[in-house]
Each structure stands twice: as C-alpha cells, then as structure tokens.
Write a protein that binds this ligand. Structure first.
Ligand SMILES: [Zn+2]
Ligand SMILES: [Zn+2]
Length: 395
C-alpha cells in the first residue's frame, strides 16, 4: 500500500554498487580522495557516505567473503558487499546488471562449506568458523549464479596456505615489519603474499591506498633479498608505480621502492633498466639532499658498477672516479671511501687483464670537484643507506 511520505533514504543496493563502481573507476585514474569528492558531487551523496560504502566494499576484516573473490556469473563484474541501514548485508555486482542481490551470510556459508569440503587442510584448526576467509587460498574465483546455491567455482591448481587472511592491510604491514626486523623473512613474505593474493602486480592500475602500496614494496624488498629476484620484479614495479601515484615521484617511500626496482632489474640481468632506475635515483637525491650527499654518491657508485657489468667500462670508470673523489672531498674519513677506491682499482685491473688498451688516466676526475657541498655532511643517517645499498648490490 503506497503512502504519501517519501522514503528517507531512496538508496538501493544497485545505487550503492553503481556509486562504488564509479568511485573506483575514477580512483584508478586520479586516486581515491579526489574520486570520492567528484562522485559525491555528481550523485548528491555526502563524501562520508561514499567513503563508508567504498570502505565496506574493500574491507577485509569481518568481510563475509574476502573482497575480490566473487564475481557475478551473468555480467562477470566483481561483486561487493553492500549494507544499507535497516537492510540485510548483500552482495551485488558493480556496476549492477539488474540481477537480484545475494544475501551475504548465505553466500559466506556456501563458500565456507565448499572450502571445508574440498580443501579442509587449508583451514587451520579452530578457524572453521572463518573458513570463507581462507577461500582465496583454494579458489581463484567464485562466480555467483541465480543465488547462493548456484556457485561456479574456479579452484586453484596450486592451493595456497593463507596466513592471517582477516588482517587489515595496515595491521599486516606492521606485523610483517616486526617479523622482518626479527629476521623472520619467510613468515613476513608469506603474510604479505596472503594480503596481496588477489592483486595482479602486472596491472596498470596501481594501489588505491598507501598500506597496500607499502605492503607490495616490502614484499618486493624482502623477496629480492631473501628469495627470488624474478618474483620480486613485478611487485617492485607495481609498488613503485603505486607510490608514485599516491605520494609523488620524489617521496622517500617512492625512492625506496625505486631502489628495490633497480636491484630487482640488476639481479635479473635487465642492466639497462637498472641503470635507468639508478639515474633517476641520482636525480632525486641530488635535488633533495645535494650532489655530494651520501645517498646520491651511493646511487652513483652503484650505477657505475651496473655500467661496468653491462660492458660500458670507460663510462663506469669515469663515473666511479668522480664519485670516489667527491666522496673523499665531502666525507673525508668515511668508511666507504676505501671501498670505492678498491672498486675502481678492480675495474682498472679488469680492463688491463682484458687488454682494453684505454688511455692512461681516463678515470682521473677533472678539477670540477673543488668545492664540497655543505649538504653532504648533514646526512649522517644516510651512511646506513649507503651500506645497505652496497650490501644489496654485492649479493
Ligand atoms: Zn551482474
Ligand atoms: Zn675497459
């Protein structure tokens, strides 16, 4: 029986799903906060409300079914959790294709049952209640047909044991940092993999939030050093693209990811790409900290090693000769000075061994380094970076 009063909130699950879809589409191009603002203006919904809808669609802790796992069998779009005040929690595709929403608890129970039936070993003892959270370890995708009894399941050929699947990305990041600090790199890598399981690092679209981007950066860093550089490479690239989008080109976090990307390129034999990354790092450090600051000189020294490795011996020796001289002038007595000179001597000896016949003195720096930058001496902390980078490059 229709009444004369208008409903207070004329929002439907389809409206919410379409609004979230529009927000995420814009966010992929220009970041989440501007996207929320733009869609809020377009739809006449407050930013706080859209923030809430997007957060619910993407939230991991307490999600009935992990975000990103379910898709609509009819339109193939991802399904998200929608919860309007006074209504039940439902899943609906975004954008909505006109299908009926699926009750969230029923879907959760059906997914949990499927996992417990086919892959019970992936659900740790005592976690049966949260079996659906472990579903991404067993399943690639859950396509939802007419209702929760009509699921089209794509099982993983290589099931994954998930660790802490209900942690938020921020919790995961601080947990894995602590594990890594304690030397438990394998555990940290495993926990990060769980959080990024449904992320495709070859995707052009970067992370929408900082915690995810930093988690990818940490995964790349730990993997390149303690596991497999070729596995680290796509994560390093994605983390760097994501952080560049979220924080800008020259933020310390972006540069740190760029350094990891450089190392991953070098270790996988992509020496031209590695050299490009180090050149970019040198530009950023020069601008931010000075031409003779330790991070700048460290990146320069590493670039010289990469160039030498890539067969550009003259260029490498000239760069390292200049770097060693600048280092000596700006940081006399610093413990890395002798190491730079040793590397240069090694290059010279190697050229001699291979009878390159270079003219004498090609790597003697010209008199262009008479004035030491006062910036360099201020960065005592940077010696740590120089050491770290040297260790990484020597592995
Ligand atoms: Zn659909
Ligand atoms: Zn040579």
């Amino acid at each position: 029986m229709p009444t004369r009063s208008l409903p207070v909130a004329p929002w439907t699950p389809a409206f919410v799903a379409n609004t979230v879809a529009a927000t995420l589409r814009h966010a992929a191009e220009r970041g989440l906060p501007p996207a929320v603002k733009e869609v809020a203006n377009e739809c006449g919904v407050s930013r706080a409300t859209i923030d809430e809808w997007v957060a619910r669609a993407r939230a991991v802790p307490a999600a009935p079914v992990p975000p990103g796992l379910t898709a609509c069998h009819f339109c193939a779009n991802r399904m998200i959790l929608v919860h309007l005040p006074g209504g039940p929690q439902v899943y609906l595709c975004m954008p909505a294709c006109g299908r009926a929403p699926v009750p969230a608890q029923a879907l959760r129970d059906a997914v949990a049952q499927a996992v417990l039936h086919r892959a019970p070993h992936l659900v740790p003892p005592g976690k049966t209640e949260f079996a659906s959270a472990y579903a991404p370890g067993a399943l690639h995708r859950v396509a939802v047909g007419a209702d929760h009894t009509d699921l089209h399941l794509t099982w993983r050929s290589h099931p994954r044991q998930l660790v802490g699947p209900r942690m938020s990305m921020a919790q995961r990041l601080s947990y894995t940092r602590a594990r890594a600090d304690h030397g438990d790199h394998a555990r940290a890598i495993q926990v990060l993999h769980t959080g990024l399981l449904l992320t495709d690092p070859t995707d052009d679209i970067g992370a929408l939030d900082l915690a995810t981007a930093l988690a990818a950066a940490l995964l790349a860093e730990l993997t390149v050093v303690h596991a497999d550089p070729s596995t680290a490479l796509p994560w390093a690239g994605w983390a760097h693209r994501s952080l560049r989008g979220l924080l800008g080109t020259t933020s310390p976090e972006t540069d740190s990811a760029l350094r990891v990307l450089a190392i991953a390129h070098r270790r996988t034999g992509n020496l031209t790409e590695a050299a490009n990354c180090y050149s970019e790092l040198i530009r950023h450090h020069s601008k931010a900290e000075g031409r003779r600051a330790l991070p700048t000189l460290a990146a320069q020294a590493t670039l010289a090693l990469v160039l030498y490795q890539d067969g550009h011996c003259v260029q490498a020796r000239q760069l390292l000769g200049r770097t060693a001289a600048d280092h000596q002038a700006a940081h006399p007595g610093h413990r890395d000075g002798p190491r730079l000179r040793q590397e240069l001597a090694r290059m010279r000896a190697s050229c001699t061994d291979q009878r390159h016949g270079h003219p004498a003195g090609i790597d003697d720096p010209q008199h262009d380094s008479a004035t030491a930058s006062p910036m360099g001496a201020q960065h005592h902390d940077s010696s740590h970076q120089l050491r770290l980078q040297a260790n990484l490059t020597r592995r």
